[in-house]
Design a protein around this ligand. Structure first.
Ligand code: SF4
Ligand code: SF4
Ligand code: FES
Length: 322
């Protein structure tokens, strides 16, 4: 199989700016992207830098961007990549932020590891150091983790997350999925502290914008976004939720759906912000002009609103505390 690869090249110690080198390679039909990078390094240009170790989708080190999508090089068959992206494959580092590039496809992932460390990614429990028998976990307890324990810390989700791009303090999908991995583990004794930490505005679950890019790129099916929604629930169930704007927004949403069967956008802002709603006056005027804000006397109701109310009440697991 003949393939054309354009590879990002940049050595910040020598180069003024990055460029792409183009390679035409002859590879086996079942070759993966890592084979192509190895072929370049071993036969064409030994100076190409990229990370790899296990070649089996376990170590997470070979993550790169392929035609704009974050992937593991060792788990990406070239044949499928050509079907998805066309004849020319473009390989770039996970982040092209100049400060992060160490060389070519190798980046400094300190920001990723710092967030991972912040959520204490290990079991916190008073475990007997010399047990006489195994500390067995039941199959249903493993199922409750919903593959959160499959994370190999590759960073594909972290460097695809739009919220992190906008807010450097946001913990991001991997650290939040890792929080769930332990908050859902019956043996862990720090559930409440973990939830209190990720409930914080500006860094935690409420700053996810629900774009779902993290689901799309995760090579292990961890689905960080769904874990974040589980953390929302746990935060309410454990009585951790404060009456902050984010929690009140979630409550206001439920309140509106129960009352009207549809979302009352104006009341949602009022419900979430309380007296601080005044600072949104300019936006409110624009919303009013566009018919997005309804007054109580002309707010429409969905057909079957009573049934919707019952469905919400059946599925509701908590009341906001504090
Ligand atoms: S769903 Fe949330 S955590 Fe996942 S990539 Fe989007 S903003 Fe980031
Ligand atoms: S959640 Fe998935 S994409 Fe994110 S670091 Fe873990 S394995 Fe990689
Ligand atoms: S080389 Fe280990 S995950 Fe690809």
């Amino acid at each position: 199989m003949e393939i054309t690869l354009k590879v990002y090249r940049f050595n910040p110690k020598k180069d003024d700016k990055p460029h792409f080198d183009k390679y035409k390679l002859e590879l086996r039909e079942d070759a993966v992207l890592l084979d192509a990078l190895n072929e370049i390094k071993w036969k064409f240009d030994g100076s190409l830098s990229y990370r790899r170790s296990c070649r089996h989708g376990i170590c997470g080190s070979c993550a790169v961007k392929l035609n704009g999508k974050n992937v593991l090089a060792c788990k990406t068959p070239l044949k499928e990549a050509i079907e998805d992206f066309g004849e020319v494959l473009i390989v770039e580092p996970l982040s092209k932020n100049r400060e992060k590039i160490i060389k070519d496809l190798v980046i400094d992932k300190k920001d990723f590891w710092d967030k991972n460390k912040k959520v204490k990614p290990y079991l916190i429990a008073n475990i007997d150091e010399h047990p006489e028998k195994e500390n067995l976990v039941k199959p249903e307890e493993v199922e409750a983790l919903e593959n959160a324990d499959y994370c190999i810390a590759c960073g594909c989700c972290f460097y695809a997350c739009e919220s992190i791009r906008a807010n450097k303090d946001f913990l991001g999908p991997q650290a939040l999925a890792k929080t769930y991995r332990f908050s859902a583990d019956g043996r862990d004794e720090a559930k409440k502290e973990r939830l209190e930490f990720v409930d914080k505005l500006g860094i935690g679950v409420w700053d996810c914008v629900k774009c779902q890019a993290c689901i799309e790129v995760c090579p292990k099916g961890v689905d960080p976004f769904t874990k974040i929604t589980h953390l929302h629930n746990q935060i309410f169930e454990e009585g951790v939720a404060k009456k902050n704007v984010a929690a009140k927004h979630a409550e206001g949403f439920v309140h509106s759906i129960k009352k009207h069967g549809i979302l009352d956008e104006g009341m949602l802002v009022l419900y979430s912000e309380g007296i601080n709603v005044a600072r949104h006056l300019p936006e409110a005027m624009e919303m009013l002009k566009k018919g997005k804000i309804k007054f109580p006397w002309n707010m429409p109701k969905s057909e079957g609103v009573e049934e919707i109310k019952k469905l919400v009440e059946i599925s509701q697991t908590h009341e906001l505390k504090g």
